[in-house]
Design a protein around this ligand. Structure first.
Ligand code: ARG
Length: 453
C-alpha cells in the first residue's frame, strides 16, 4: 500500500508485531458500510462513474458475504481489516477499487469503524441489561414479601424484603444502561472526511455520508476526530462499572448460598460440583462474574494508559485500543447472559430467610423510634435501647422478651408490641423504603418502563 517510497519489504517480524487483522477482522461489516458510504460520496462528487460505484459496491458486498461464509482469506501481510478489504476489492474489480481510498485515510476509517462497532454493541448490551433487569424483577415479584435481614458491615441491621434487595440491583443496572446510552449519544458522530489528520483537499459531502451511516452529525475538528478515543474509554468505563455492580450481586448470592446464610439456592444447572468433595455445590458463575470484573477494570486501565501522553494526532499506540474493547464487550455480554439465566432459576429458602429476619435485634432501631414518638430525643432513646440490648446479651434473654417497664419507665407498657415484624415492615412506607406495598408499587413502576414489562 505504500511501496512507492520504500525499497525494502517489511520484515516478517515487524509484520507479526504490527498486525491487527487477527482481531480487527471483526470490524469488517462496519468497514464495508463505511466504504460504501464513502464511495457514494465520491459518486456524488463526480469522482466515480455510476459503473465504478456499482463495481465497488458489488465488490464490497461480495467480500462481506465471503467473510461471513468464512471463505475469505485474511492476510497478515496486509496488516489490518482496512487494507485486507481494499486490496481484495482491487484484486476483484480492478481500477475502480484503487479509487476508493481517495479523500480517506485508515485513520478516519478506523475511527469510523470503532464508533459504529461501539454503537451496535452498546445497543446489544442495553437489551441484555433489560433482560437481566427482567429476571431480577421476576425474582422481586416472587419474593416481594419475603423478609430478610438487611446488612451494614455485613452485620444484621434492619429488616428488608428480598424484593427490595433485588430492586436495588435493578436500579444500578438502570443507571448502567443510562451511562451506555449517554456514551452512545456522544460517540454517534461521523469522523469520515477527517482524512489522515487534516481533512482532504477533495471535498465530499460529509453530512450525506454521515447520514447514510446513521450518525447524528459529523465531527468538527479533524485532528480531534483522528486522535480521540474517549468514546472507547467511556464504553469501557460503563462496562467496568456495570461489571462492578454485578460483582456485588455475585458476592451477595455467594453469601446467600453458604450453609451459614442459606437464604438462596442456585439451580444445579448454574452451579458446579467438586471433583473431590461429594457434598459441594459451588456458585462458580457468581465467582467468575466477580473475577471477570477484574478484566473489565483492567481493560479500562489498559486503554487509559495507552492514550495517556500521546501527542496529537494518530499514533500507532492507538491500534491497542481494540483488544480491550472487544474483550470487555464480549465478557460483559456473556456475564449478562449467564446471570440472567441463573437468576431466573434461583430460589430463596424462605424458611431460613424468615428465621434470620425474626432476630428481634433487627428491630432495636424501631424500639428507639418508639421512644422518639413519645417525645424522647433520639440520642437519649438510642442510649436507652443500647442498655436494653446490653442487658439482653448479658442475661441471654431475647431482646423482645425483656421486662421493658422494669428497665426504664420511659419504654411504656406497649414497648414489646414494637417487635411485630409485619408492623415494622409495613411502617417502612416512605418513598424508597422496603415495605411490601412499596416494593409492589416499585415493581409496577419498573414494568411500565420500555423493555422491562
Ligand atoms: N490498524 C490501525 C489501527 O487500528 C489502523 C490505522 C492505521 N493508521 C496508520 N497510520 N498506520 O489503529
Amino acid at each position: 500500500m505504500w511501496k512507492g517510497r520504500f525499497s525494502q519489504d517489511t520484515s516478517s517480524l515487524v509484520q507479526q508485531f504490527g498486525e491487527s487483522i487477527s482481531y480487527d477482522w471483526r470490524l469488517f461489516a462496519h468497514d464495508i458500510a463505511g466504504s460504501i458510504a464513502h464511495a457514494r460520496g465520491q459518486l456524488a462528487a463526480g469522482l466515480l462513474s455510476a459503473d465504478e460505484f456499482a463495481a465497488i459496491e458489488g465488490g464490497l458486498h461480495g467480500i462481506e458475504a465471503d467473510i461471513r461464509a468464512g471463505t475469505f482469506e485474511f492476510k497478515t501481510s496486509l496488516e489490518d481489516i482496512h487494507m485486507n478489504i481494499e486490496a481484495e476489492l482491487t484484486r476483484r474489480i480492478g481500477p475502480p477499487g484503487a479509487k476508493l481510498h481517495t479523500a480517506r485515510s485508515r485513520n478516519d476509517q478506523v475511527a469510523t469503524d470503532t464508533r459504529l462497532y461501539c454503537r451496535g454493541e452498546i445497543d446489544g448490551l442495553i437489551t441484555a441489561l433489560c433482560g437481566l433487569q427482567r429476571s431480577l424483577l421476576d425474582r422481586a415479584t416472587r419474593y416481594a414479601a419475603t423478609v430478610i435481614p438487611g446488612y451494614t458491615h455485613l452485620q444484621r441491621g434492619q429488616p428488608v424484603t428480598a424484593g427490595h434487595h433485588f430492586l436495588a440491583y435493578v436500579e444500578m443496572l438502570e443507571r448502567d444502561k443510562g451511562r451506555l446510552a449517554d456514551c452512545r449519544k456522544r460517540l454517534n458522530v461521523s469522523p469520515l472526511g477527517s482524512g489522515a489528520l487534516a481533512g482532504s483537499t477533495i471535498n465530499l459531502d460529509r453530512h450525506a455520508i454521515a447520514a447514510e451511516l446513521g450518525f447524528d452529525s459529523i465531527t468538527h475538528n479533524s485532528m480531534d476526530a483522528i486522535a480521540d478515543r474517549d468514546y472507547i474509554a467511556e464504553t469501557l468505563f460503563a462496562i467496568a462499572l456495570c461489571g462492578t455492580h454485578l460483582s456485588r450481586l455475585s458476592e451477595d448470592l455467594i453469601l446467600w448460598c453458604t450453609s451459614e446464610f442459606a437464604f438462596a439456592a442456585l439451580s444445579d444447572a448454574h452451579t458446579t460440583g467438586s471433583s473431590l468433595m461429594p457434598q459441594k455445590k459451588n456458585p462458580d458463575v457468581c465467582e467468575l462474574t466477580r473475577g471477570k470484573t477484574g478484566r473489565l477494570v483492567g481493560n479500562l486501565m489498559n486503554l487509559l494508559v495507552a492514550i495517556k501522553g500521546l501527542p496529537l494526532t494518530y499514533n500507532r499506540d492507538l491500534q491497542e485500543d481494540k483488544p480491550p474493547l472487544f474483550d470487555s464487550v464480549d465478557t460483559l455480554r456473556l456475564v449478562l447472559a449467564v446471570n440472567t439465566e441463573m437468576i431466573t432459576a434461583m430460589e430463596l429458602r424462605e424458611d431460613n430467610c424468615r428465621r434470620a429476619a425474626a432476630d428481634p435485634m433487627l428491630l432495636a432501631t424501631d424500639l428507639a423510634d418508639h421512644l422518639v414518638k413519645s417525645g424522647i430525643p433520639f440520642r437519649h432513646a438510642h442510649e436507652l435501647v443500647g442498655k436494653a440490648v446490653a442487658e439482653a446479651l448479658r442475661s441471654g434473654t431475647p431482646l423482645d422478651q425483656l421486662d421493658f417497664p422494669a428497665l426504664d419507665p420511659a419504654f411504656g407498657a406497649d414497648a414489646a408490641a414494637v417487635f411485630s415484624l409485619d408492623r415494622a415492615l409495613a411502617a417502612r412506607r416512605n418513598p424508597g423504603a422496603p415495605s411490601i406495598a412499596n416494593v409492589q408499587a416499585e415493581i409496577q413502576r419498573w414494568r411500565e418502563i420500555p423493555g422491562l414489562g
